[in-house]
Design a protein around this ligand. Structure first.
Ligand code: FAD
Length: 457
């Protein structure tokens, strides 16, 4: 019989349980990707992610061709297209990776209903887009963990399935029509410094990361200028790398660097099990703090300055400019820019989360929305009233100002850590920094407003 593998956020051939299951059972397999109109209609098809996706699809097709197959590409409503291909190929079953968002959960239900109505089966595989599937580990009396540390303890004790090799050959039935492959160069609005996508690229990056840089990760992951994190997040988002394989390979190497790295991978799974149990947390506060965020009317100019990287706080501006230029931002930058927006400016986290999703190549409903909530104090953080001071953060995580000078052109002539407080400069550096804006807000005023608003003065 014939099987369909519907690729979604799992654009790889290595360690791919749905593909393995399909190949084990069927004579022929249709590897299918649908440019889903539902994703575009939801405003989720940002240029940077479409560009990265184009690389991924080209690479997936090339990998399949090396094995005697090819990728079938369609666009439209995902359920309609799968059913259409299933009819054309006379397929008996469809294999799909489990996913957690409300959208993905609804997609799975619709797909199952439509396929079963035609007498076909849907097989859903977990541990494709995460290492430990949501719901596998739960605390007593709840369907998910709300606190990371106990989750991590239980997560670490789980046995993981083995890593699956990429298939040697894939036979695809003749005559199934496919659209042409997309190309990133045809897309408008893509960040100039955007990383390249695709499984081949991801595997090269992973190998280099494990060979050299991961050893120093525990010490250097917060070093803004050092840029010493893995940058594997877009590959995890698009599934060009497998989380199960990453955990196995990192553990196989051992050492404090890999332990710290594996702990970060557990954060991904943590957010997935929260969102799977509380899909509404993508848009609604996970924990109500009775915030009355500033209206967008009052805050408009501040939000604009934040988006454009001209708040007058150099490390905030550097990070926001990195985001625009690369479609990616260092984790420390994400923490301090999100804290600045939600706490210093007291603007609703959804405003910031939406902007991040417009640009981030790794923009992910689970990781973006729940990290924003974590920083805003409406999420699972156990210290919701903590406020990050951008000057202290800059001095601590960019001690000699290299990161700021890399991204904030106006301050390139200012030496050392003085770059973090341009308002204190004296001539001649003050003259050099003249084009850089004054702070849009006094930190003390922001802090006082936040404490009043949260009822904690
Ligand atoms: P590394 O430090 O090398 O970590 C390895 C991997 O662990 C990452 O690739 C990522 O998959 C995972 N990871 C690390 N930290 C976290 C975390 N806090 N939460 C979940 N997973 C984590 N990450 C996304 O993948 N997509 C997002 O949309 C996203 N939005 C964020 C928004 C805010 C406000 C904040 C504070 C964080 C966000 N993160 C998001 C988490 C984190 O910043 C990025 O995963 C990380 O910066 C990616 O760089 P890296 O691959 O070099 O990470």
């Amino acid at each position: 019989y014939v099987s369909i593998v519907l690729f979604t956020a799992d654009l790889r051939l290595h360690d791919h349980p749905p593909l393995r299951a399909a190949l084990d059972g069927a004579r022929e397999v249709v590897p299918l990707f649908v440019h889903d109109r539902g994703v575009t209609d939801a405003g989720f098809a940002a240029p940077n992610r479409l560009a990265f996706l184009a690389d991924c699809l080209r690479d997936l097709d090339a990998g399949l061709r090396e094995r005697g197959g090819r990728l079938v590409l369609r666009s439209g409503d995902v359920v309609t297209e799968v059913c259409r291909v299933a009819a054309e190929a006379e397929a008996d079953e469809v294999h799909l990776a489990a996913d957690v968002s409300a959208y993905a959960q609804a997609r799975e239900r619709r797909l199952r209903r439509a396929l079963e109505a035609d007498g076909r089966r849907l097989h859903v595989h977990d541990t494709v887009t995460c290492a430990v599937a949501p719901g596998t580990v739960t605390p007593a009396a709840s369907d998910h963990f709300a606190v990371f540390t106990p989750y991590f303890r239980t997560w670490s004790a789980q046995g993981l399935r083995g890593v699956l090799r990429a298939p040697r050959s894939v036979r695809v039935p003749e005559g199934i029509a496919s659209e042409g492959l997309p190309s990133r160069t045809a897309l408008p609005g893509v960040s100039r410094g955007l990383a390249a996508g695709g499984e081949t690229e991801g595997r090269v990056r992973l190998a280099a990361w494990l060979r050299t840089d991961v050893a120093a990760y525990a010490d250097r992951h917060d070093d803004l200028a050092g840029d010493a994190t893995s940058r594997l997040s877009p590959h995890l988002h698009f599934g060009t790398l497998s989380p199960v394989e990453l955990v196995h390979r990192a553990r196989g190497k051992g050492g404090p660097g890999t332990e710290a790295f594996v702990r970060q991978l557990a954060w991904r799974d943590f957010h997935r099990q929260v969102l799977a149990a509380r899909p509404a947390a993508a848009g609604a506060d996970y924990r109500t703090r009775h915030d009355r965020w500033r209206s967008l009317e009052t805050a408009r100019e501040d939000v604009e300055a934040w988006r454009e990287g001209r708040t007058g706080y150099p490390v905030v501006d550097a990070a926001m400019r990195q985001l625009r230029h690369e479609g990616w931002m260092h984790n420390r930058g994400r923490l301090l820019t999100a804290s600045f927006l939600t706490k210093t400016l007291y603007v609703d986290w959804r405003v910031g989360a939406r902007y991040f999703l417009e640009l981030l190549v790794d923009g992910d409903v689970a990781d973006n929305q729940l990290n924003w909530q974590w920083v805003a104090g409406t999420g699972t953080d156990t210290r919701p009233h903590r406020v990050l001071n951008p000057v202290t953060q800059g001095k601590r995580y960019d001690p000699d100002g290299t990161y700021v000078r890399r991204w904030v052109e106006e301050l390139r002539g200012v030496e050392g850590r003085a770059v973090h407080e341009p308002w204190k400069l004296r001539d001649p550096e003050r003259a050099v920094a003249g084009a850089y804006p004054d702070p849009i807000i006094e930190l003390a005023d922001g802090l006082a407003r936040f404490k009043r608003a949260r009822g904690r003065d």
